[in-house]
Design a protein around this ligand. Structure first.
Ligand code: DGL
Length: 352
């Protein structure tokens, strides 16, 4: 009898200790990518992304149960070069719904690295919660020698569970490094340190679940964003395309896209957002025809400011400032759901 009493007291003590009842509740929304990829054989460099389920991902890292109470949901299971506006709207809707639940403390999104930066930035503009959202991927498939997925997933869950991750907008975690959605870029085809934040720098670092933030996110995002999913559909998202400048670029593709009815064009220009006179003339024709034109740079970092080598005031262009062309495209798409006014559109690039 005495033994049962002792056991009962022990069970009660365990149930009351912070270590058991206080684990944060984190939802993993899985979309595929290499982190869920497998190879034919470990020595084989080739692999297929998006083959492991979210349940198998969670069970593949037993240490996760020490940092959070997890539940998983398979939103998609694709290689992220196939990410789409349709999946974006579904993912953002699920983020809003899950994060509105008082019983959820944060979200981790597993995602391919090819387009992770774009998804992170889109979510930063339309998700309405200040709870942590952490996107995570890997550069090596789960079956590879030196697979980086397990430690990245462990760190991502620990980060989403950490109070300091709140209110910073979506974060990207890979290779022990924390990035802000607006800053992060994939810069290398294969290296595990491929993600960099060349303009404003990284948000912080992690070491086996320990979190060290270096900087704050001073741009508008999530609950401070004027954009939302309200009324957004795949069909009514304004069509914005990117044109890439290079030697002898003559701008024929610009005219062709205008003829196709695009609402906006983003130039991935040489240097600080430049292009040939012929292409510039095509962009000026587009602007005259009411297409919103944003100048960015193909260099991967730096600021494209107004009226440096191109007279934006005269030609009716918008300067993309710090944004990469893919992120400028996202901001312009959402901006065009609110206004066609060039001054207002330019203001968005100073704030988001
Ligand atoms: N095709 C790439 C993707 O799904 C694989 C790269 C990765 O996930 O790291 O983004």
């Amino acid at each position: 009898m005495k033994a049962f009493k002792t056991l009962g007291l022990l069970a009660l003590a365990l149930a009351l200790t912070p270590a058991t009842w206080a684990l944060p509740k984190i939802k993993i929304l899985a979309t595929g990518g290499t982190i869920a990829g497998t190879q034919a054989s470990p020595a084989d460099a080739g692999y297929k992304p998006g083959t492991i389920s979210v349940a198998d991902l969670i069970s593949s890292v037993p240490q996760l149960r020490n940092v959070a109470e997890l539940s998983g949901e398979q939103v998609a299971n694709i290689a992220s070069q196939n990410m789409s506006h349709e999946i974006w709207l579904k993912l953002a809707t699920r983020c809003n719904a899950v994060l509105a639940d008082d019983d959820v403390d944060g979200v981790v999104i597993t995602h391919g690295t090819d387009t992770m930066e774009e998804t992170a930035y889109f979510l930063s503009l339309v998700v309405k919660s200040d709870k942590p959202i952490v996107l995570v991927g890997s550069m090596r498939p789960a079956t590879a020698m030196g697979a980086d997925g397990p430690i990245n997933l462990y760190n991502a869950v620990a980060l989403a569970a950490h109070p300091a991750a709140k209110g910073r907008g979506p974060l990207v975690l890979i290779n022990d490094t924390i990035h802000y959605a607006r800053e992060v870029q994939k810069t290398h085809t294969t290296r595990t340190d491929t993600f960099q934040s060349p303009n404003r720098g990284i948000a912080g670092i992690m070491n086996t679940g320990r979190v060290f933030f270096y900087s704050a996110n001073t741009t508008r995002h999530t609950t401070r964003s004027e954009f939302s999913l309200y009324g957004l559909t795949v069909a009514n998202l304004p069509r914005v395309e990117i044109v890439y400048s290079y030697v002898n670029f003559n701008g024929d593709t610009i005219d062709a896209l205008v003829a196709k009815g695009v609402r906006g064009l983003v130039l991935a220009g040489v240097g600080d957002g430049n292009t040939s006179d012929a292409a510039l003339a095509a962009l000026a024709r587009a602007a005259k025809a009411g297409v919103a034109v944003v100048r960015c740079s193909r260099t991967g970092s730096g600021i494209v400011d107004r009226n440096i080598e191109v007279n934006d005031d005269q030609l009716g262009f918008i300067a993309g400032l710090e944004l990469s062309a893919p992120k400028a495209r996202i901001l312009l798409m959402l901006g065009l759901t609110q206004t066609n006014d060039l001054k207002k559109l330019q203001q968005y690039f100073s704030e988001y």
